[in-house]
Design a protein around this ligand. Structure first.
Ligand SMILES: [Zn+2]
Length: 328
């Protein structure tokens, strides 16, 4: 099958993207994802740095906008919902939380966020918190409260994500979780030696428990300021060689800025994106765009991958995992 036909026919899953974390954000911009052939995208609704007031106002606005455009978008609860949305020609959406602080230390908040459309949660954003370690902080394990939250995420049928998490905690979450975990947007350290990327041993541990590692499109984490498609393919190919095509996915991490300043008041960017790790004033680097999705499919065909493996990487693996983890 030609790559353009395969791209049109395959179910495509973007495991992580961002809109401005503001009620002013225009969700209809996600039509770019649909136009690029994407069938499901997970949208961030808050990170550890965002106060709960901002997270809830943003979530309410996103939900209202999605529900106002059933001709374009659909919030999904199950893998079967994703397939139905695709058949109906609408973009399937789920929400994700980047960090556990908006859970306010309460397991029942996991249930509430799940009821509001959150399908994927990770526990710490870059820095340590009361649940576990972050990737740019001192080594720290999963706390007792963190274990309680992992169990709540499992019980609620939400995907346990380990992106942005510290290494020691990520190993402990993979062990503690009673379902396979994902790295929704994390590249191998072998591709770019950044603490936000993950070591081979962690990649292996995720795959051994049935999880999926999704390659990330942020230039910094690809060791390519241009975030070019060949660099994304290099990350995917490394993962496929390491753990096989059934444990690899894609979360490009594209961020729709829309000219909206969504930084909470008094945000200390140097804390969340430390200068000691090479950041200056947060993340200022190109990120792969949704329009690169067809190039990724074309590149996988050129690499000589089997069609079934390409379909698995583009979305089949994440769909299969969602079918076992999410509520049906
Ligand atoms: Zn992220």
């Amino acid at each position: 099958m030609k790559s353009s036909a395969l791209h049109a026919d395959a179910l495509i899953w973007d495991a992580h993207a961002c809109l401005p974390l503001s009620p002013l954000a225009d969700v209809s911009a996600l039509a770019r994802h649909k136009a690029a052939g994407v069938d499901y995208v997970s949208i961030n609704i808050g990170m550890d740095m965002n106060p709960i007031e901002q997270v809830m106002a943003t979530l309410a606005a996103f939900r209202a906008q999605v529900q106002a455009r059933p001709d374009l978008f659909r919030l999904v609860e199950s893998g079967a919902d994703v397939e139905r949305a695709r058949t109906d020609g609408v973009l399937a959406l789920g929400f994700d939380l980047e960090g556990g602080l908006p859970l306010l230390g309460r397991a029942e908040m996991v249930v509430l966020f799940g009821a509001l459309g959150v399908r994927q949660i990770h526990l710490a954003y870059n820095r340590n918190n009361a649940l576990c370690g972050g990737c740019y902080d001192l080594p720290m394990g999963l706390t007792a409260l963190g274990r309680e939250i992992v169990a709540a995420i499992n019980a609620a049928g939400i995907l346990m994500d380990c992106s942005h998490t510290g290494e020691k905690s990520a190993f402990e979450i993979i062990e503690a979780s009673n379902a396979p975990v994902v790295f929704s947007h994390s590249n191998p350290r072998a591709v770019s030696n950044d603490k936000r990327n993950i070591a081979d041993s962690l990649i292996d541990a995720c795959a051994l428990r049935g999880g999926v590692v999704c390659a990330n499109g942020v230039g910094r984490f690809l060791d390519d300021p241009e975030a070019g498609t060949p660099s994304i393919l290099r990350a995917i190919d490394y993962l496929v060689t390491r753990i096989g095509p059934r444990h690899v996915g894609i979360g490009l991490d594209y961020s729709y800025s829309q000219g909206i300043d969504d930084d909470p008041p008094g945000l200390n960017k140097d804390y969340w994106w430390p200068r000691a790790e090479g950041y200056s004033n947060g993340i200022n680097i190109r990120i792969a765009t949704p329009e690169q999705w067809p190039e990724i499919t074309e590149g996988l065909v050129k690499l000589g991958y089997a069609e079934a493996d390409i379909r698995a990487i583009l979305g089949g693996n994440m769909l299969a995992l969602a079918k076992t983890v999410w509520r049906r």
